[in-house]
Design a protein around this ligand. Structure first.
Ligand code: NDP
Ligand code: GDP
Length: 327
């Protein structure tokens, strides 16, 4: 039997690494779009020991020619568009770059698919940030959107383009509206990883304080390793559809800190200081997803609790910081 082939944009990111591992374990041939950077970005693929098992093709979401070439070279059955400028705070500093990579980038792929690989199934990495100023206490696929950042607006454009290409050109396009998901591979600028890195440094005597912004914000946090399974499941269905992927539990940044510091026997209140530099021009105060449709139709459920997730991340950061501090 010939192997199924997948092309992943954003393969060097958190989800790209976990999805590569999942697809390789399922017997896929995995290709990834690798954006040119001045320093290497492959550490996550090394961490999960998949770097030598994937094929990297040079290309950038803002360059449709490179995407078409990657599609022609890989001839994928499935395309996962995980590439994005994904950090909300940066999207106010670089709104045009964000719109280009996160918004228009998705359209570049859809248009390239339409032209050179219309039979491939397409996954778009949509986000709970599209709900922004929430219009319902628990957000589902039917909740109206109200994005609050250039990132959220760009993702909403990509989300509707995915639906439009599905309805206009019969592209098998699915949009996964994923709530925040984390792991030891999360970028250090995101709040969970910033906290677990600080917990490790404080515990090992390499840092005194942790400066945060709005610690009353609430998020529905899950584990990236669980969430990439939902992406794959969406593309295995008989018909394309959109799904919320979440845990159904929301927690303040404050309580997430408490859980992380507790794990090493420290009291977060002694270390966390508030620095208004980390406040955002417009905040998403609370997100809470309703994963009922994903459970009913995909048979998917989050398996990792926030407590287990924070312990996993703190332990990984303790091991890493210990290595870094070794003389
Ligand atoms: P990361 O920020 O870890 O990864 C983003 C990836 O996109 C990196 O591989 C990056 O490459 C790549 N990329 C950025 N710009 C370009 C470009 N112009 N051309 C090609 N590639 C580019 O994100 P995550 O893995 O956490 O998230 C995956 C996707 O899911 C993203 O689209 C994100 O917005 C979305 N999402 C994430 C959620 C989360 O909680 N993690 C929640 C909901 C949605 P490089 O390494 O070279 O910078
Ligand atoms: P986001 O939900 O995609 O924006 O993920 P983040 O992890 O970046 O932020 C989650 C929440 O934590 C937001 O409401 C932030 O305002 C809040 N937060 C509070 N302090 C910080 C901080 O120092 N860094 C980050 N990244 N977020 C913070």
């Amino acid at each position: 039997m010939t192997k199924k082939k997948a092309l992943i944009t954003g393969i060097t990111g958190q989800d790209g690494a976990y999805l590569s591992k999942l697809l390789l374990d399922k017997g896929y041939q995995v290709y990834g779009l690798l954006a040119r950077r001045s320093s290497p970005t492959i550490w996550r693929l090394e961490y999960l020991k998949v770097l030598d098992k994937v094929t990297l093709l040079e290309g950038d979401l803002t360059d449709i020619a490179s995407i078409s070439r990657a599609l022609l070279a890989s001839e994928p059955d499935e395309v996962y568009n995980l590439g994005a400028q994904s950090f909300v705070a940066t999207s106010w500093e670089q709104p045009l770059l964000t719109a280009g990579a996160t918004g228009l980038g998705a359209l570049h792929i859809l248009e390239a698919l339409r032209q050179v690989r219309p039979q491939a199934r397409f996954y778009q990495a949509s986000t709970s940030e599209m709900f922004g100023k929430i219009q319902e206490p628990m957000q589902s696929e039917k909740t109206p959107f109200y994005p609050r950042s250039p990132y959220g607006v760009s993702k909403l454009f990509a989300h509707w383009m995915t639906i439009n290409y599905r309805e206009s050109f019969n592209i098998f396009g699915c949009s996964g509206i994923l709530f925040n998901h984390e792991s030891p591979l999360r970028g250090i600028e995101f709040v969970t990883r910033k906290v677990t890195d600080a917990v490790a440094r404080i515990k090992l005597g390499a840092q005194d304080k942790l400066a945060l912004g709005n610690i009353d914000a609430k998020r529905d946090w899950g584990f990236s390793g669980d969430y990439v399974e939902a992406m794959w499941l969406m593309l295995q269905q008989d018909a394309p559809d959109d799904f919320v992927v979440a845990t159904g539990r929301t927690t303040t940044v404050r309580d997430m800190c408490r859980i992380a510091f507790d794990h090493v026997g420290l009291d977060y209140e002694k270390y966390v200081v508030i620095d208004p530099r980390f406040y955002r021009p417009a905040e998403v105060e609370v997100l809470l997803g309703n994963p009922a449709k994903a459970k009913a139709k995909l048979g998917w459920e989050a398996r990792t609790s926030l407590e287990d997730l924070m312990r996993m991340m703190v332990d990984a950061d303790l091991a890493r910081v210990k290595r870094e501090l070794r003389p």
